[in-house]
Structure formats: C-alpha cells, structure tokens
Design a protein around this ligand. Structure first.
Ligand SMILES: [Zn+2]
Length: 480
C-alpha cells in the first residue's frame, strides 16, 4: 500500500519517497521552472479553481518561453479525477521533470515538444478524494460522471471540480489530452456513451474514430506491455465497447473543444504501492510522449477579418463530416489547431457576425515517422452582408512561426454560404459558471436534435426547464 505523506509542503521532486500529499504536490508545481530550478522559466503554475473543501486545483503550463510569440497547441494531461487512482499524479510529475531535464540538456525530443506545444499538466483534479482515499470528491460525486453529456441529460448540481475543469478547457482548449485512471491497462477513446443510452457494451463510433484510434495506438505501442494485452486487442478500446458511461470528461472535451481526449488506464490495481511508482512512470513516459508527438499533426491556422486583417476571437472551426467536434479559436491572435491524420478534409470556419468560409485542406504525411503531418491554413471571414470570404492553405513546417510563413502563401477564393452562423456557446465565460454549464449541455442537444433552439434566450430558457424536469442517469461502474 502506498503512503500518503502528510506534513510540510516542501517542494519535493522525484518519485522517491512515495505519493506526494496535496500540499507537497502544489508546492512542487509552484516551484517547477522557478529561478534556481533546473529549467528556470520553463513552467508556470496557477490555480484554476478550488475543490469542495477549498484545496487549490493546480495547472502547470510547461513550454519553451522563447517560442511564445504565437499561440501553441495545448497538450493536456489530467490525473487523479478519481481520488483513489493517484498514480497519474506521479506519472505527471515524472514527465514534467523529464521535460525539464531534457530541455536543460538539449535533448531533441524534449526541446522540440516544448518548442511546438504547451504541455498543460493538471496533476490532481480531485484532491479531496485523494485525501480521503475515495473515488468521488468531498461530496461523494464521481467527477467522471459529472460532465454534460450528449446522450444523457444531467440534473444534479455540478461539482466545483467539474466546473473548474470545464472553464480551464475553454480558456486553454487542447488538441489532445491524456487522462490517467487505474483499474486496467488500456487506452480508451470516444465515444464513451451510446445514442441509445443503453448500458449494454457496443462500439460507439465518433466521427474522429480514425484519429482517436491512431492516438490510442500510439500510446499503447509506446508502452512496454499495453499493446500485448490479452483483454484488449492492441491495448486499445472504444469506451462504449468496453462499458458505456455517461457524463465523462472524454466525450465532453472532444465535443466542446475538438480535443482528442484519450483515457489511459495506467495500472491493473488502483493505488499501486509507492515503491512501484518509478517503474510505472518510466513505462508510461514514452507512451505519453508518443501520443503527444503524433497529436501535433493536423491543421494549424488563423482566422482573421477579411477587411481589416484583425484576428477574430470567439470563432470556431469544424471539419466536414466531423462537425460534432468544434475547435474554438484559442488565442488572441485568432489561432486554431485541429488534430487530423494525413488526408483530404474540408474545414469550415465561422464566427458570429461573419459569413462562414469553407476550405479544402490536405494534411501531408509527416517527414519523420511518429510525427504528425501539418497543414497551415488562413481563413479571412467577411462580415455578414459584406464581400467574399477567403481562405487559403499554405505550407507550414513544424516549429515555424505562423506570421512568418503566412507571408509566402497563395490566395484563393472559396465558397462562402450566405448568412452568419450564430452560436450561443460563450467562449469568453461571461455567464455564471452553472448557467454556462447548463447552456453548454443544452446546446449540445440542440445541435443534434433541434437547431432552432440556438438563439441565446431560448437556450437559457430550455436549460432552466430541463434542469428541473429530467432525472439524471448514473453509472457507478469501475475504473474510468
Ligand atoms: Zn478512474
């Protein structure tokens, strides 16, 4: 049995000495990348919320500060969503310290990852559950059944940890994420739920099934034993094919931010002994790096006003045939990123008050196996009632700065349907958190079943109505 270490909040690094307490973990995150550390300036930690008992929820942003002129794709790692599944906390610590050391020693794999991306580490989403050695949070709620679900409506008051996680996702949308759980050894991908809301296991194919499978396989193949699993062919599984669950982080994140959210079951037994942590972390590190590296393949681009050239905030991009996953513009510079495998796609950019624009994009094969190929795109949107919208594709190399490469692109007119597309999705987070959450959920349903409800007033009205009218389905099974 592992020990939860109590006492002082020294910034103890490494995995020797067992599981860090919540205070030790927070102190470690705050000290990471500080002056006097092995990699000063490489990381910054902040509090993105508090748990039910007032513990800080910490996010640690790790990236090369010298390449921050433009927004970078975010690769997120979330751990300890279930309080009694703590190994991911220390796997995250190990990865961060490996990146720190690798960056300091100019190891290409670390240098390139931190040049091209931000690694956003959330080492403990459920510190109260960890302290109590229980699955749920302080209120006993299972946080991985607490997210708005496309198939199963929720009614319970959402938990503070869930709301904080959703805010973090909207403020720092990721291209790919790994969520660590325990109770098996497998890489699990969307969908977790079934449209029928059945509890019977059945493959539930999401529109990015190809992308998600590839990322899950990259992980399984990078792990010493996952891919040779006797239970899961290739070490991967579709969520609903294993067992359906509703209200999970995985499906919500993919739908609302376009993020390829892969759930990793890191160990057969929950809460592995502390002396196994170094070995466990060493097994999961190359797998994590393989997934993150491949997830950087796809489309990167900007959305600007056709008249002024100014970046358009609060725009979003969808891929034809994969519209359910909406990729929000992530930075003040109008940048967006979307993970895709090499191939031909049609992208649609839209923003309130602008005509949407569509563009054929070719994602090239990567130059190096294990990388993703990258296509660069620039959308120029015209205000509703204005002139033609324009979008162009240009060559984009990994690590090349966007504004520089945009200087050499070729312009091309593309089809722009009449009329702007209104969206009630509030990326700025101007509404109260709980109203926001309800709004998000209703919009997900509205998009599937009833598009005319997207008018903002209608969405909020329906949300209020539904919150009292529908009883929530719960699924308390096992691991993820
Ligand atoms: Zn779990």
């Amino acid at each position: 049995r592992g020990q939860v270490r109590a006492g002082g909040a020294a910034a103890r690094g490494g995995l020797v000495g067992g599981y860090k307490s919540n205070a030790e973990l927070a102190a470690w995150a705050r000290a990471f990348g500080s002056e006097g550390s092995a990699c000063p300036g490489l990381g910054s930690a902040w509090m993105f919320g508090t748990s039910g008992k007032g513990e800080p929820l910490i996010a640690l942003d790790i990236t090369d500060p010298r390449t921050n002129e433009t927004a970078k794709p975010v690769l997120k790692i979330v751990a300890n969503t279930h309080g009694n599944e703590p190994a991911g906390r220390e796997i995250g610590v190990d990865l961060a310290e490996w990146l720190c050391k690798g960056y300091a020693e100019r190891l290409p794999e670390a240098v390139e990852l931190l040049r091209d991306a931000r690694v956003l580490l959330v080492p403990a989403l459920n510190p109260d559950g960890f302290a109590a050695r229980q699955r749920g949070n302080a209120a006993g709620a299972d946080l991985n059944r607490d997210f708005p679900d496309q198939f199963a409506p929720a009614v319970q008051k959402m938990q503070p940890e869930t709301l904080a996680a959703m805010r973090l996702s909207r403020n720092s949308p990721c291209v790919a994420a790994i969520a660590f759980h325990e109770g098996a050894v497998v890489a699990n991908y969307a969908w977790d739920g079934l449209p029928s809301r059945s509890r019977r296991s059945e493959y539930s194919r999401c529109p990015d099934d190809d992308t998600q499978r590839a990322l899950a396989s990259a992980y399984a193949n990078g792990h010493p034993s996952m891919a040779s699993s006797a239970e899961f062919p290739g070490g991967i599984t579709n969520g609903a094919k294993w067992y359906p669950l509703y209200g999970g982080n995985q499906d919500w994140e993919y739908i609302n931010t376009g993020c390829m959210f892969i759930t990793i079951e890191a160990n057969e037994a929950k809460w592995p002994p502390a002396d196994r942590l170094p070995q466990l972390a060493a097994a999961h590190r190359p797998a994590t790096l393989a997934l993150l590296r491949q997830a950087l393949g796809g489309v990167t681009g900007v959305i600007v006003d056709a008249g002024t050239g100014a970046p358009i905030p609060h725009a979003e991009v969808v891929v034809r045939g994969r519209e359910v996953a909406r990729t929000p513009v992530s930075g003040a510079g109008g940048e967006f990123f979307r993970t895709l495998l090499p191939g031909e796609y049609r992208l649609v950019a839209s923003a309130r008050g602008y005509r949407e624009a569509e563009l054929a994009v070719s994602v090239p094969k990567p130059a190096t196996p294990g990388d993703g190929g990258v296509a660069g795109v620039r959308f120029e949107l015209s205000p509703t009632g204005g002139g033609e919208a324009k979008a162009v594709q240009h060559a984009e190399q990994h690590g090349q700065q966007l504004p520089q490469s945009m200087g050499a692109m070729q312009g091309a007119q593309v089809h722009a349907p009449q009329g702007g597309r209104a969206s009630a999705y509030n990326l700025a987070g101007e509404l109260g958190a709980e109203v926001e959450a309800a709004e998000l959920w209703v919009e997900m349903h509205a998009r599937t079943w009833n598009p005319h409800m997207l008018a903002a007033g209608g969405v909020l009205g329906v949300a209020a109505l539904t919150l009292v009218a529908v009883r929530r389905r719960r699924n308390r099974r096992g691991r993820r």
